[in-house]
Design a protein around this ligand. Structure first.
Ligand code: PMP
Length: 431
């Protein structure tokens, strides 16, 4: 039988670099043919061959209600009838801003943009503009979008500045980007001692979903906060992935439960707040946010920012997930997946560790959870690839790379989880 995914992939490769519009979709890490999605509903999607999959990517996080949620669909259809884009303000932008601020109290004002990259890039510019400083810290294994200054890998020594990760990024542009090991308090303190007074911000993924699933430890998070406050640097939480995904109050609410009074200065959001439409945001205290144009000197703009259809989608999504009990149910479902996989791996004698928060999870083919990027990369990647294809062949779609998190939606049923665990048990037995 002709593989229609392969036919489409070959055709795509003629007109789109690598056949995809975002590199990870090409299955380069795991090999094989990407699935071209024909349609999706609830927890499932169907590929070009008509094959059905249980979807644990959910557009890399946004689809927290599952695909085609009727309430969201109705809101989007209604908004579309009223017009696609005006380049003028609308009431719905205020409603969405109010809804976001209601749940994330560290933010007093928010600016809406169209992608996580744009939000992260703008948050960095704002932090630099508001502090009048240029240098900043990011951590190895954290991804903050593909803006030049953020595409940096770690330097070689302690507290050294990084090297560009991508061709086309001039070394001068990343000269002020300091890349440190995640969860390493000693190097953090050293960096502040050397550069603290020149630091505009520390940017972090509080639960890093771009090295699968790695939590910032409580002592590390606490130290980041203390040092930022002491040296006048802003603490920027990139919650593009974790925002409204790990809890209604986002990852910062999880840390606030563990560290009394804890708050970041600036928060970057994306994914869930758009419900699958191109929408992202960044926000923080009024005094900082008013540094943005038109009230302040930090320029930032966008033709499609606050798009009426995207805001309708995001607003309907946020209102659904804010209903009582939503996160309890989602967390329980995600936990049962993680527990099921852990038990199945143990039965098969496969080294395995896993973690989750809210509707986000990660697992490693390692006996213990890793705490930084170097440890994540000790995962057995040929074994992961076998696991990935074993699951895929049996209708379970997880991220095609071992350094990506997974997502459970409200549309995943206990039966979906049980089916996934039983399929995984079969594959574990063959690893
Ligand atoms: N920050 C984080 C933490 C992300 O996970 C991502 C995307 N996966 C981004 C920023 C960039 O978002 P986008 O792909 O919407 O540009």
């Amino acid at each position: 039988m002709t593989d229609l995914n392969q036919t489409l992939f070959d055709r795509a490769a003629q007109v789109i670099p690598g056949g995809v519009n975002s590199p990870v979709r090409a299955f380069r890490a795991v090999g094989g043919t990407p699935r071209f999605v024909q349609r999706a509903q609830g927890a499932y999607f169907w590929d070009a061959n008509g094959q059905k999959y249980i979807d644990y990517i959910g557009s890399w996080g946004p689809m927290i209600l599952g695909h085609g949620n009727p309430v969201v669909l109705e809101a989007v259809q209604k908004a579309a009838l009223d017009g696609f884009s005006f380049g003028a303000p609308t009431e719905r932008e205020i409603e969405l801003a109010e809804e976001i601020l209601k749940h994330v109290p560290s933010m007093e004002m928010v600016r809406l943009v169209s992608s996580g990259t744009e939000a992260g890039m703008s948050a960095l510019r704002l932090a630099r503009g508001a502090t009048g400083r240029n240098k900043f810290i990011k951590f190895e294994g954290c991804y903050h979008g593909h803006a030049d200054a953020l595409l940096v890998k770690a330097g070689s020594g302690l507290a050294t500045f990084g090297n560009p990760t991508s061709a086309g990024v001039p070394p001068e542009v990343v000269r002020d980007t300091l890349v440190l090991e995640y969860n390493n308090i000693a190097t953090l303190e050293e960096a502040f001692k050397l550069h603290g007074k020149e630091l505009a911000c520390v940017m972090i993924e509080p639960i890093a979903g771009n090295m699968n699933f790695v939590r910032a430890s409580v002592p590390f998070m606490k130290r980041c906060r203390e040092l930022c406050t002491e040296y006048g640097a802003l603490f920027v939480f990139d919650e593009v992935m974790t925002g409204f995904r790990v809890a209604l109050g986002s990852a910062q609410s999880v840390y606030a439960q563990l560290i009394p009074g804890f708050q970041p200065d600036i928060t970057v959001l994306g994914k869930v707040i758009g419900g699958g439409m191109p929408l992202a945001a960044f926000g923080g205290p009024r005094a900082i946010m008013q540094q943005l144009a038109p009230t302040g000197p930090v320029y930032q703009a966008g033709t499609l920012s606050g798009n009426p259809v995207a805001t309708a989608c995001g607003l309907a999504t946020l209102r659904e997930i804010a209903k009582p009990g939503f996160f309890d149910a989602l967390s329980a479902r995600t936990q049962s997946l993680v527990d099921g996989l852990t038990t199945a791996a143990a039965k098969a004698g496969v080294p395995f560790s896993a973690d989750c928060q809210g509707g986000m999870f990660g697992f490693f083919l390692l006996p213990e959870l890793p705490h930084n990027y170097a440890k994540v990369m000790t995962s057995d990647s040929p074994k992961f690839n076998k696991l990935f294809h074993g699951l895929l062949d049996r209708g379970v779609y997880i991220a095609p790379a071992l350094y990506e998190a997974g997502f459970v939606s409200a549309a995943h049923t206990e039966a979906d989880i049980a089916q996934t665990v039983s399929v995984a048990a079969e594959v574990f037995a063959q690893l």
